[in-house]
Design a protein around this ligand. Structure first.
Ligand code: ATP
Length: 352
């Protein structure tokens, strides 16, 4: 049993509220990612679960057992740190064996388990090397083997890929996910990288300023952000003020009537979140079932296979729109910006 339940958990450092009262449930075998910008409280939350930071208030349960006051060694959790934290004077095998020796396990069993853990991360052939004789990706695998060898109930990963180059990051991301699934290991992954979070997780917990903004599947969070903050963080580069009139109708600040999401509960002042790549530019208005408004090209950035335009509506609203690289628009030119009604998602007006 390895379901994790956080019940009104918070952390204060004097006046600083690192984590506001948070309640959430992570199911057995699930991989949940804490995602958010630097300082939002994701590491503190992970460390409270691991027992490295005391909670100010609230309870943490694992498999129904209250672990809130237990020291890290008594929680049976595997932890992978951002900087790996390998012992430099110990070989790969000794690093991996360390946790088992602390648990007073017999020599033969240790040898067996170290071998299994190292082959799981494809490092059996490097068992006798020292950490400094390994590449970054190999060191990361040792850290992973060391966390897995204790047969943890829960695996905690704190920005495990941030020290790797882009190619290795991609490889390790896939390896971690395959390993986690094959062992059905309840896992929490901390990152500030949305691509990483989207591709490894069953669910995301998006945090901002010590508070959970949204919990959902990668698709929920990417397509239906719950707040202006989440929309902005997930790449909706345009947050356009809109008066929501209901029945799928709304009005931009320039008075233009637009079609919007019929299902949205938002009424009155709201923000229409739009991705640059879901909008287009044309020299003439497009068909009437597509939202279209006139604008002026302000600037453009050539990006190889596409061009990013900054355009200005007549009410001074600025929008980022992605266009084709061969597109003929130039700064100062008048244009029409268009988007399908279902390309926009409504969020409550508020701080992004
Ligand atoms: P990063 O990605 O930069 O590691 P994070 O989202 O993991 O950021 P935390 O490390 O959890 O953020 O920090 C949350 C907040 O708590 C920050 O404002 C931080 O300055 C503060 N904080 C963390 N540890 C302490 C401490 N020991 N004393 C005082 N404030 C702290």
């Amino acid at each position: 049993m390895s379901e994790i339940v956080l019940s009104d958990v918070c952390k204060h450092y004097g006046e600083v509220v690192a984590v506001q009262s948070t309640s959430l449930r992570i199911g057995e075998g699930e991989l949940v990612t804490f995602l958010g910008p630097s300082g939002c409280g994701k590491t503190t939350t992970l460390r409270m679960i691991g027992g490295f930071v005391d909670v100010t208030a609230g309870r943490i349960l694992v498999g129904g057992t209250d672990v809130t006051r237990l020291p890290p060694a008594k929680r049976n959790m595997g932890f992978v740190f951002q900087n790996y934290a390998l012992f430099p004077h110990m070989t790969v095998a000794e690093n991996v064996a360390f946790g088992l020796e602390m648990r007073k396990i017999g020599k033969a069993e240790i040898a067996d388990r170290v071998k299994t853990a190292l082959s799981r991360v494809r490092l059996a052939h490097l068992a006798d090397r020292l950490p400094k004789q390994l590449s970054g990706g190999q060191q990361q695998r040792v850290a992973l083997a060391r966390a897995l060898v204790i047969e943890p109930t829960v695996l905690l990963l704190d920005e495990p890929l941030s020290n790797l180059d882009a190619k290795l990051r991609q490889e390790m991301k896939t390896e971690i996910r395959l390993l986690q699934k094959s062992l059905a290991l309840t896992t929490i992954f901390v990152t500030h990288d949305q691509d990483e979070a989207l591709s490894v997780s069953d669910r995301l917990v998006v945090m901002s300023a010590g508070k959970v903004e949204q919990i959902g599947t990668p698709r929920d969070v990417f397509e239906r952000p719950a707040s202006a903050f989440v929309a902005d963080f997930m790449g909706f580069t345009n947050l356009v003020p809109v008066k929501v009139e209901g029945h799928g109708r709304g009005q931009l600040r320039n008075g233009m009537a637009i079609a919007i999401d019929k299902e949205s509960p938002i009424r009155g002042e709201g923000l229409l979140a739009l991705r640059a790549e879901h909008m287009s530019l044309s020299s003439k208005p497009v068909s009437s079932d597509v939202n279209t408004t006139e604008a002026t090209i302000e600037a453009l950035t050539y990006r190889g296979s596409f061009v990013d335009y900054l355009v200005r509506l007549d009410d001074e609203t600025r929008l980022q729109v992605r266009g084709e690289a061969q597109s003929p628009f130039a700064p100062g030119q008048r244009t029409f910006v268009a988007w399908q009604p279902d390309a926009g998602t409504l969020v409550a007006a508020g701080q992004a």
